[in-house]
Design a binder for this molecule. Structure first.
Ligand code: NAD
Length: 290
């Protein structure tokens, strides 16, 4: 079993660190928020008073932080303390450029590194059923196996440095666009006097089928577990969807990719957030589209 330092014990990091403890690893955690450190202690994580104390003699370091700038700051501190040859994994969703920079920093410090963003949300983090999209060398990927398997169910090696983040933002751009498409179809169906159930029964078994419709239906009724049935309590918050869509647009600008629907989806979610809907589930955008 490994000695693991876990940096960032928020909504995702807290339960992920708890699952590492459950799998038998020794976990030393750090977060800037004292209350989160206390909560992590209750699940068997040893609380460190400083990032360098958490790193100590850790075999593996995992970070789960809000944005690229937080990751680069934390990795500067991590790499100043971690012995050479160790593995550092970032599971945050950040821009590809920052992810590649973090890999370069790790290489300069003589460490192995991976970008390994996740999908599955807080429910997947708690249940240990996250999907990991991983970028980095095959050597680092092989070494990370037992650590990622304790927190997730599906682990995909997407390619070299930054490939995990690239896969994550491409997937979530599909999700943002497809959710808006499904919402527009239900709003049009309502105007045409079509019941939600009738449209669902047809589209979920026809060419309009997609995850936003069949698993996460944005109107109450057809899929009882979807957030539409609990007044759009997340789920996946609209603010996080907007974050991911903005990352996709930064990447499109940097690479010259043409993503007009991704750009439109980012605009619509930006408007939706400005109306005070950031904390609500992203499928609530149907209310604005109506
Ligand atoms: P969160 O804000 O709840 O947690 C982030 C934590 O990082 C906070 O507790 C913060 O105090 C801590 N932090 C920031 N800088 C730090 C530093 N230098 N040292 C130590 N701790 C530091 O966010 P979250 O919901 O856990 O999300 C984390 C990442 O996972 C984000 O990149 C997010 O986009 C991604 N993600 C979230 C979800 C979700 O459903 N919440 C799903 C998939 C991916």
């Amino acid at each position: 079993m490994a000695r693991i330092a876990f940096i960032g014990l928020g909504n995702m990091g807290g339960p992920m660190a708890a699952n590492l403890v459950k799998a038998g690893h020794e976990v030393i955690g750090f977060d800037l928020v004292a209350a989160l450190l206390k909560a992590a202690e209750a699940s068997g994580v040893t609380a460190a008073s400083h990032i360098s104390q958490a790193i100590g003699e850790a075999d593996v370091v995992v970070s789960m932080l809000p944005q690229g700038r937080h990751v680069l700051t934390a990795w500067t501190d991590i790499l100043a303390s971690v012995p050479a040859g160790r593995l550092v994994i970032d599971c945050s969703t950040i821009d590809v450029e920052s992810a590649r920079k973090a890999h370069e920093m790790a290489r300069a410090a003589g460490c192995l590194s991976l970008d390994a963003p996740v999908s599955g949300g807080t429910a997947g983090a708690e249940a240990g059923t996250l999907t990991f999209m991983v970028g980095g060398s095959t050597e680092a990927f092989a070494k990370a196996g037992p650590v990622l398997e304790a927190m997730g169910r599906k682990i995909v090696h997407c390619g070299e440095a930054g490939a995990g983040q690239a896969a994550k933002i491409c997937n979530n751009m599909i999700l943002g666009i497809s959710m808006i498409g499904v919402c527009e179809a239900f709003a049009l169906g309502e105007k045409l006097g079509l019941s939600h159930q009738a449209l669902f029964d047809v589209a979920s078994t026809s060419s309009g089928q997609c995850w936003s419709l069949s698993t996460y239906c944005p109107v109450p009724g057809p899929v009882p577990a979807s957030p539409a049935n609990r007044d759009y309590k997340p789920g996946f918050a609209a603010a996080l969807m907007l974050k991911d869509l903005r990352l996709s647009q930064e990447a499109a600008l940097a690479t010259g990719a043409s993503t007009p629907l991704g750009a439109e989806a980012a605009q619509l979610y930006s408007l939706f957030e400005k109306q005070g809907n950031g904390p609500r589930d992203f499928s609530a955008i149907i209310e604005m589209l109506r």
